[in-house]
Design a protein around this ligand. Structure first.
Ligand SMILES: Cc1cc2nc3c(=O)[nH]c(=O)nc-3n(C[C@H](O)[C@H](O)[C@H](O)COP(=O)(O)OP(=O)(O)OC[C@H]3O[C@@H](n4cnc5c(N)ncnc54)[C@H](O)[C@@H]3O)c2cc1C
Length: 410
């Protein structure tokens, strides 16, 4: 029976591997690390004495391909979030707190309700979101939406930074438009915040590995693929410190590594080469449970706060300019914001700062122009990964969709 070799067990690789296994294909998964999940995983933190995620990941109920993936691996019940589309916010400068609420249906009548909108905005302000319908790759978020005053400062800017992980002055509006098209424009039912109940691995990784095992896939960890052998325009072999594999004439390969590894393995491949960091700070503390499990912070160092069972975690996106900052100083700065927003004590509890330097590619027009299509010049090699030309930003949904598309190509 022919086999499909999937290289990389992040979201894209697991999506491709499980989609193929579901169709009865023989899959071999090669993962360089000793664990799966890539940029989306959980682990035990010894300093905090509990499990944490490498970074808080926010999903939306409209992330179709992700929901289909979770159903396939039997993990559809592992996400949590409010049963209504709502997003609580706190403005640290003014001390105001509000909850943005949407109605479920496609017709956005919620903008007519003052108490459901962002304070200081009028119903007509929201019409400006329609500008995104004509967003092209070279249009910048700040250029298209920046003049919208309070709506921009209190909603669109934090939304754009969360979705694109790039400062709005540099970010293309096109991938933001794609996110809005698949969520907000389809109504509140597609815009409900979703997060893992327990952890990223418990939702996205462990059930996928169990699914692959029961479907007869071969899982190889510590298997870094360092070179591809090419014969007559096809991949004929995989090589690496622990990899020595003949790829048969009927076999196919899905390369689901991050972009920088794909470019090393396939010289001449154009991929995004500039990245943005995300910094997460996990404090061993709790906050008063809110209606959604998360809060948007306006005017703080971090943009989002997540209530977890054992920690309170915050996310600083587009954080390249913070990478050099001393971690104790950063933690003190963020804790001061949390104190102001949630009335927490002065003493900083134990914490962990996780700096993911290459969390996502920078969603600038120049980097978007470098996203490759899934098909390559090699007949049996398909690319998958959040960096490929999905039209979406670098997200779980983008990665999972790319894996599904790669499986379809095969
Ligand atoms: C801190 C943080 C916060 C984020 N927040 C969000 C969010 O809120 N919402 C959201 O949707 N997305 C978020 N993302 C983005 C999301 O995590 C990524 O888009 C997604 O996980 C990328 O998956 P991938 O499979 O494309 O790549 P990766 O996760 O990078 O997977 C690639 C895999 O390939 C393996 N590999 C590398 N080289 C080799 C080799 N030579 N041989 C074999 N295997 C190899 C790697 O070990 C890895 O497991 C966040 C990311 C980070 C880091």
């Amino acid at each position: 029976m022919s086999r499909v070799h999937v290289i990389g067990a992040g979201m894209a690789g697991l999506s491709a591997a499980t989609a193929l296994a579901a169709r009865g294909r023989q899959v071999v998964l090669h993962e360089a690390a000793k664990w799966a999940g890539g940029r989306c995983r959980s682990y035990h933190d010894t300093a905090l004495g509990c499990r944490i995620d490498n970074g808080n990941h926010l999903l939306l109920s409209g992330n179709h391909d992700t929901m289909a993936y979770l159903r396939r691996i039997g993990a559809e019940d592992t996400l949590t979030g409010p049963d209504r589309p709502l997003f609580p916010f706190i403005d640290l400068a003014s001390g105001e707190a509000w909850t943005l609420r949407l109605n479920h249906g496609k017709l956005p009548w919620w903008v007519l309700r003052r108490s459901w909108r962002v304070p200081g905005t009028g119903a007509l302000d929201y019409l400006a979101l329609r500008r995104l319908e004509r967003a092209g790759r070279d249009d910048l978020v700040a250029g298209m939406l920046g003049g919208l005053g309070t709506l921009y400062d209190r909603l669109l800017e934090p939304l754009a930074i969360a979705a694109l992980n790039t400062k709005p002055e540099a970010a293309s509006a096109a991938p933001l438009a794609a996110v809005v098209r698949e969520s907000l424009a389809r109504g509140g039912a597609a815009t409900m915040p979703r997060m893992p109940k327990v952890g990223l691995s418990e939702s996205f990784v462990d059930p996928a590995l169990a699914y692959l095992r029961t479907h007869g896939a071969e899982l190889r960890f510590g298997a870094r693929v360092a070179g591809l052998t090419v014969t007559d325009g096809r991949v004929s072999g995989l090589a690496g410190p622990n990899v020595d594999e003949i790829v048969g004439a009927e076999d196919a390969v899905i390369l689901a590594t991050p972009p920088w590894v794909a470019a090393e393995l396939l010289p001449g491949l154009t991929v995004p080469q500039m990245h943005e960091a995300i910094i997460n700070l996990h404090f061993r503390a709790g906050i008063e449970p809110g209606p959604a499990g998360l809060y948007g912070l306006i005017g703080g160092t971090a943009e989002w706060v997540f209530e977890k069972s054992e920690v309170v975690s915050v996310t600083i996106s587009a954080a390249n300019d913070r990478l050099g900052q001393d971690t104790d100083e950063l933690a003190a700065e963020v804790w001061a914001d949390l104190r102001r927003g949630f009335g927490l004590p002065r003493t900083i509890p134990p914490y962990r700062v996780v700096k993911e330097k290459r969390a996502t590619f920078a969603a600038t027009p120049a980097q978007l122009a470098r996203r490759p299509e899934a098909r390559t010049a090699l007949a049996n090699l398909i690319l998958a990964g959040d960096y490929t030309a999905t039209g979406l930003p670098s997200t779980i949904e983008g990665a999972i969709r790319s894996g599904g598309s790669a499986a379809n190509e095969i």
